[in-house]
Design a protein around this ligand. Structure first.
Ligand SMILES: [Zn+2]
Length: 300
């Protein structure tokens, strides 16, 4: 069984190429995965848009209604970073359902990845920071509501702190949120996760991997996890336009291998999502996101 990859062509909402959010990374990531032989038909699964009932588990009902009707107030659209028109609304529903589907595939096969997702700045009340719906929080709450799992771990290694996920899951004792991020990166006002590690600018491969290697056993010692959601944001990379942590390609490769090996060797199902990555060189950015899938394929 090849690594199961969840994808939908409408993950790409077709922004202008010079938009601050590099939307073309989604089709380019799929191209990169095809070139690596990872996107054969038997490896791919396609989500349907997430039902409103799922979205309302994590988000305020009025906000969900606004996104589905493409009537998000301008003030919130400004916080999100783009207007929520028909394609952005559909994309948010598909990417959220994609993480849900990848989680189900991970529970079945041990590991699966969504070729989108990691929208961790979307809070309960509204979206923010290029995030419309919080896919990992929605999927977590759906799995808990269905009693498919009892203990969920979120490992968020995107360079930005996982404030939205922390906000949504703060009163849910069955989900534990961990974020390791750049101290000086967005958001300026962080919302505490269950466990946060803030790293200084320019941390680099060695110090980053040391810290991660020490913390993974701590996370595993807390509980017997039924699933881990892994946000593999590549904005930790030295060439990222927004990140401040200065990891190399090799550092990223070691990170993905370390996280995936750690949880798979312990028999914990892992659902990977791509998270953030911002670069004007979008093919290079897509190749960086592809590293998650290469590392995951070794454990499929
Ligand atoms: Zn980020």
């Amino acid at each position: 069984m090849p690594l199961q990859i969840v994808h939908h062509p409408d993950y790409d909402a077709g922004f202008a190429v010079n938009h601050r959010f590099p939307m073309s990374k989604y089709p380019l990531l799929m191209e990169a995965l095809r070139r690596r032989g990872l996107a054969e038909p038997e490896a791919l699964a396609t989500p349907e848009p997430a039902p409103a009932a799922w979205l309302r588990l994590a988000h305020a009902a009025d906000y969900v209604g606004q996104v589905l009707a493409c009537e998000v107030p301008e003030k919130i659209e400004r916080e999100i970073g783009f207007p929520v028109g028909r394609r952005v609304s559909l994309r948010a529903q598909l990417a959220t359902a994609g993480t849900m589907l990848a989680a189900r595939l991970a529970l079945k096969h041990g590991i699966a990845c969504n070729a989108a997702g990691g929208s961790h700045h979307a809070r309960r009340a509204q979206g923010a920071g290029f995030c419309t719906f919080n896919d990992v929080a929605v999927a977590s709450l759906v799995l808990l509501a269905e009693r498919a799992v009892e203990n969920i771990l979120v490992v968020d290694l995107d360079v930005h702190q996982g404030d939205g996920t922390a906000d949504i899951l703060k009163d849910e004792p069955r989900a534990f949120t961990f974020s390791m991020h750049g101290e000086r990166n967005y958001p300026a006002r962080k919302i505490a996760s269950d466990f946060d590690i803030a790293l200084p600018d320019g941390t680099g491969d060695a110090a980053y991997l040391d810290r991660l290697g020490a913390v993974l056993p701590e996370l595993s010692a807390k509980r017997r996890w039924d699933i881990v959601f892994y946000n593999a944001g590549v904005d930790v990379h030295v060439e990222d336009r927004l990140g401040r942590l200065a990891l190399s390609d090799e550092g990223l490769r070691s990170r993905e291998a370390m996280v995936i090996k750690h949880f798979r060797m312990a028999g914990v199902p892992l659902c990977g999502v791509i998270g953030g990555g911002y670069s004007t060189d979008v093919p290079a950015l897509a190749a960086r996101h592809a590293i998650l899938f290469e590392a995951a394929a070794a454990y499929a």
